[in-house]
Design a binder for this molecule. Structure first.
Ligand SMILES: Cc1ncc(COP(=O)(O)O)c(C=O)c1O
Length: 432
């Protein structure tokens, strides 16, 4: 189904990309790769002056980089893409686990999109659009039961529009479910898509296990690494084929722009890049690309703070009499320091559902009335601490426990202040 890029890639992945070691890559190396500057001034114009007659034709024919117009290519996009490859797969370069050293840029490429959803849609389209229309009937994705809301739409309705069936949803945290779904749907699965840490119930899917199963069937794995980021886990070393990101979140870290990324086999990205040029599914401006380039460079500094704050806050919540349950995991050797990321969900205490809903609503009202420390706001990965009550959002997700709060732990203020604020908030919410 994916012969044009998948076969060579699979061999490379099996022999070079996977690393048997646990997650303890030297953080200094990671910082070095993510900080590395381009060494050249990056142009911030949508179009670039041509330097010789006939150059445009050569660019269009692919004899030179197609960087005459921002939608087709630009040095700032290349610089950002290189950085994304390095943060997700820089571990391949020499030292320790791979003394011979492989330049990841020779095998892996990246491209950026206008939003995380655009990245997910682009990947789904790239996997499907080469398939003759008459062969699409009955084909479908296999997806994690819990993925970001709109990802369900992409792998469901949007793919049905392309002549596929809606994705099969399974609980990928139990890899045997993947095994049986692949067995029962042999020949019809286009790709497996999941988020290694789910939102908001923090369920963990082990990519090493999914890889072991998927390789028998020759099916690409696509991982949405938005929550963990390459700072906490690099899914390529565990067996994924494609990584997607909403760069709106931690990769940007300031909550001031939308962005998305796809990192994957060079041939796959090359073909996807062509699709992006014609659909305009790209970052909106060179200056946004440059901002993201600078922000990815500081990912590790930001993540250190997110994770440290999340640990302290999770610990506080676990010991609070106002909290029934906290969703926060120790992922051991699978992530840096075992962290499950900086989204910590919890259920409000209450004798029945009515009370839990009442307490949830009161906590959200407290955030509205006492603005500053924690904001009543969707999204995650920002400097600010963002909290939403899932039941009172009114989206009617019946699979979630009543009274569930999603807390996207930020960087400022520090955890001790947030804990003081939460203490006061809980006392107020439970005063009668
Ligand atoms: C895990 C995950 N993937 C994808 C997206 C979509 O990203 P964007 O809002 O940048 O389109 C989100 C948004 O919240 C997300 O949480």
């Amino acid at each position: 189904m994916h012969e044009h890029w998948f076969n060579d890639w699979r061999e490379f992945k099996e022999t070079r990309l996977l690393t048997p070691e646990n997650y303890e890559e030297n953080i200094a190396r990671f910082k070095r790769y993510s900080k590395r500057a381009t060494g050249r001034a990056l142009r911030l114009q949508v179009s670039k002056p041509l330097s010789r007659v006939g150059q445009l034709g050569d660019m269009v024919q692919g004899k030179e980089p197609k960087d005459f117009y921002f939608r087709s290519g630009a040095d700032v996009l290349d610089a950002l893409a290189e950085k994304l490859v390095m943060v997700e797969a820089g571990y391949l370069l020499g030292e320790g686990i791979n003394p011979k050293g492989i330049n990841p840029l020779e095998h892996i490429a990246a491209t950026t999109t206008s939003a995380g959803m655009a990245a997910i849609y682009a990947v789904a389209m790239e996997l499907v659009r080469h398939m003759p229309i008459k062969e699409r009937k009955g084909k479908r994705f296999l997806q994690g039961k819990t993925v970001y809301t709109h990802t369900n739409n992409v792998l469901g309705e949007r793919m049905q529009e392309m002549g596929l069936e809606a994705a099969i949803k399974i609980d990928t945290t139990q890899p045997e479910n993947v095994e049986s779904a692949l067995r029962e749907n042999r020949g019809s699965i286009v790709g497996i898509f999941y988020e290694p840490v789910t939102n908001p119930l923090i369920g963990y899917t082990d990519t090493r296990a999914i890889h072991q199963i998927a390789k028998e069937y020759g099916i690409p794995i696509i991982v949405d690494n938005t929550f963990l980021t390459p700072y906490l886990q690099q899914p390529f070393r565990m067996g994924t084929d494609i990584v997607v990101h909403s760069m709106t979140k931690y990769m940007n870290g300031e909550g001031d722009m939308l962005g998305g990324a796809v990192i994957g086999p060079k041939e796959f990205i090359k073909s996807l890049r062509g699709w992006q040029t014609t659909t305009g599914c790209v970052i909106q401006s060179p200056s946004l690309a440059l901002s993201l380039f600078d922000r990815v460079a500081r990912l590790s500094e930001r993540m250190e703070i997110h994770v440290e704050n999340a640990e302290q806050i999770a610990h506080y919540l676990q010991n609070s009499k106002y909290v029934e349950h906290v969703y926060h995991l120790d992922l051991g050797e699978n992530t840096r320091n075992g962290s499950s990321g900086a989204v910590v969900s919890f259920v409000m205490n209450g004798k029945d559902e009515d009370e839990k809903i009442r307490r949830e609503a009161a906590l959200m009202q407290y955030l509205i009335d006492n603005q500053g420390t924690i904001l009543y706001q969707v999204s995650l990965g920002d400097k600010e601490h963002l909290m939403i009550g899932e039941t009172t959002l009114g989206t009617g997700k019946s699979e979630l426990p009543v009274g569930l709060i999603r807390f996207a732990v930020g960087r400022e203020p520090e955890a001790s202040e947030v804990i003081k604020f939460l203490n006061k908030a809980f006392e107020h919410v439970y005063k009668n």
